[in-house]
Design a protein. Structure first.
Length: 369
């Protein structure tokens, strides 16, 4: 496969030129305008940030992308899917409230927010995974798949399970419904916390395998012999009593995310943007953010999410370490910032598997503006 073009601009701004103007120039030069968006629904997939975390992307970046989409006749909306863990984004109401608190809304972006997998994270569609090894189908948020054009807007950073979080993770893990996220994270099946269970029987009505029953103590239990691990019950519980095991290792998790990402983008126009600033060591899903591990580096854009991620990885690994960061406190023996921060992760498996299944190529030509 030939090298994919990846466009780059740094974060330096001369007087009279803003970062947002540089972002607009970048995405136009990278080819976003070549996509036919006339009267098309355009999903802009991003992470709204967990409240308390301040390293998520500012809404201004999303507005810049949306403005170009509208100029080309497109109908953009901002989207993400609900989280599997218990936080402020596990259902659509809390998720949209969290997005509003972090500055996302019509006034700041000119876009409506649509949570991709619906109110409880159960509104998904089964999508084929061409060339999949772990999955033949993926459970993707319905609104994400209803879009005619897909754009990912990614905050590039470290990640405690994947090693790094970029385009592939934002697309794959981010667009999976709650059941889809469970399939990526889990080698096992959910369990019920009896202290939180109210015995309401909602989960029993939604279990297609009749694997859940409520005993005389008014507590639900899961028969793991019948359970197929679909995770549907997690989304239906209003009391956060049902949890997944989160027992997939880093290699398997990364490969599964790559397959979900391929399911999302296959068969329709897609484009990807990564902002490499406030490169925190952990995911924006945390309700806090640590000191950035390297200085702000720039903005990247490409039609190839794999090449984009590889270019961002190389840029971060070539950057000097911020001495007040957790990376400076690590024993730097791997010649790789991500592995030094999270030595038990295997970020290369994400890139390698994405290449193997045809999501893109790690070979790139960097075009600096």
């Amino acid at each position: 496969m030939n090298a994919s073009p990846v466009y780059f601009t740094d974060m330096r701004c001369k007087v009279g030129t803003s970062l947002l103007q540089k972002l607009e120039t970048l995405i136009r030069r990278a080819g976003l305008e070549r996509i036919d968006m006339d009267q098309k629904f355009v999903a802009i997939k991003l992470h709204f940030g967990e409240p308390g975390n301040l390293s998520f992307l500012r809404p201004n970046f999303a507005k810049t992308v949306a403005d170009v989409v509208r100029e080309r006749g497109g109908r953009p909306f901002l989207t993400d899917c609900n989280t599997l863990y218990v936080g402020r984004r596990k259902d659509a109401l809390e998720h949209m409230t969290a997005a509003n608190e972090n500055g996302y809304g019509m006034l700041s972006t000119g876009c409506q927010i649509i949570i991709g997998d619906g109110l409880k994270g159960t509104d998904d569609v089964e999508v084929p995974v061409e060339g999949g090894v772990y999955f033949k189908t993926a459970l993707i948020g319905r609104a994400v798949m209803d879009a005619d054009v897909f754009i990912s807007l990614n905050h590039f950073k470290g990640h405690e399970l994947a090693g790094f979080g970029g385009a592939i993770k934002n697309i794959g893990m981010g667009c999976g419904s709650r059941a889809g996220k469970m399939a990526m994270h889990n080698n096992g099946k959910p369990t019920i916390d009896p202290d939180k269970c109210r015995g309401c029987r909602t989960c029993t009505r939604f279990c297609a395998q009749a694997a859940i029953s409520v005993g005389e103590d008014h507590k639900a239990v899961i028969d793991h012999e019948k359970c197929v691990g679909c995770g549907r019950c997690i989304g239906t519980c209003n009391y956060n009593a049902i949890n997944n095991a989160n027992d997939a290792d880093s290699h398997d998790l990364n490969c599964r995310m790559a397959e979900y990402a391929k399911a999302v983008v296959d068969g329709r126009p897609h484009f990807h943007i990564s902002i490499v600033n406030q490169v925190s060591p952990f995911c924006d899903c945390h309700g806090e953010n640590d000191v950035a591990v390297v200085p702000d580096l720039g903005m990247f854009a490409s039609f190839d999410p794999v090449a984009l991620d590889q270019a961002c990885i190389d840029a971060v690994n070539a950057a000097p370490v911020i001495e007040s960061s957790v990376l400076a406190q690590r024993e730097r023996i791997h010649h790789d910032h991500f592995t030094d921060i999270h030595p038990k992760t295997d970020w290369r498996s994400q890139i390698e598997h994405a290449e193997k299944i045809g999501l893109g190529t790690a070979r790139y030509e960097l075009i600096t503006l």
